[in-house]
Design a protein around this ligand. Sequence first.
Ligand code: NAD
Length: 408
Amino acid sequence: MSQRVLRMGMIGGGRGAFIGAVHRVAAALDHEAALTAGCFSSDPDRSRASGRDLGVPGARVYGTWRDMLDRETRLPPGDRIDFVTIVTPNAAHYEPALAFIEAGFHIACDKPLVTTSAQAARLIAAAERSGSIALVTYNYSGYPMVKEARHRVRSGGLGPIRRVVVEYNQGWLATNLEASGQKQASWRVDPARAGAGGAIGDIGSHAEQLLSYVTGLEIESLCADLGAFVPGRALDDDAAMLLRFRPQGGVQARGLLLASQVEIGHENDLRLRVHGERGSLEWRQEEPNALTLRIGDMPEQVLRRGNGYLSPAAQQAGRIPPGHPEGFLEAFANVYRGFFRAVRACGDPAPGASTIVSGQIAPGAPWRVAPETCDFPGLLDGARGVRFIERAVASAASAEKWTAFDGA
Ligand SMILES: NC(=O)c1ccc[n+]([C@@H]2O[C@H](COP(=O)([O-])OP(=O)(O)OC[C@H]3O[C@@H](n4cnc5c(N)ncnc54)[C@H](O)[C@@H]3O)[C@@H](O)[C@H]2O)c1
């Protein structure tokens, strides 16, 4: 596929919604995609009003996503959308994701991918059949200094990893906000719309993906303590867990993961610390252009985005010179950038493309894309995230506590 602007569809993200607007900016940041069609709300009138706000031609604004699928499929290939972004509440991801994948569209779906592992497995199987590419927007792995952290760990700079501490601290659900009808709070505390996890699903899954992306460690078992502090909540608003990882280099690393939405005063305070035999590193989402490195008994170093001493992956993930802060939107755009490379490679397979390696869809997929050129979270990451939520909820409910990640 040429470098033409890709046609983006959207499900959700209408008036009053949160993350849809971020997706629209992120996907368009590098002029690789343009919003072309959408079903922006579960309410058809609101969808049409949102489409007008966004300048989408009326004929491409739909009242339901099924209508959108039906009509877009019947358009000539040169007109129809190339991919659809799904930014509905969690329980409304699976049906459109499956239907669009089965129809051969690529998808970008926000996290958690779906609400059960069985659904995730069906999406993977469908993508293997259709050849669709799927982005799951674990956007924190798009930050340049997260890519530097990954490079430092994966190239052995810290030695074998011993301990990982990841915290996702928020305070916005410290009171009964849902009682006010606040849109984002209302569905997040409702199991029918959010799935089985509260804070553990909403932000704990980001923490799991961040630690996995940076370290490559695989969770072997976990011991979780989930609870709700705000009376009447059916889902957790505060989660803590211990992790044990599969041994690597003769060392079994241990981890600590916190995900809380009742920590008053914390905004979007995602933090990662990785400790190895030779050194450690630390990164904070609210100070994303810096990465602190502590090696042996040397004084600590603070690496900063945009500098020539960084790894190629970290340098390529930046857009402007050092000292000009980059942040959430640029990192979000980076996961889209990787996705677009895969979509283009898929649409225009180069000779030998089928032999290139893929981390994005299951082995056995009809075509494959090199992870180093298409560095974005995909269906396997999404499926692992769903599994993580399920096992955390199972561990919290069990008397034994320590729960195998892969167990029944
Ligand atoms: N990656 C991130 O950092 C991040 C941040 C926030 C939210 N999210 C995820 O994004 C998703 C949306 O979260 P949000 O906070 O934007 O929610 P939101 O409530 O602000 O927006 C949801 C939108 O989906 C629409 N919708 C619901 N059902 C629909 C349907 N059947 N057809 C069409 N539209 C429908 C709603 O009308 C609304 O416009 C969730 O899965 C959430 O976990 C991810």
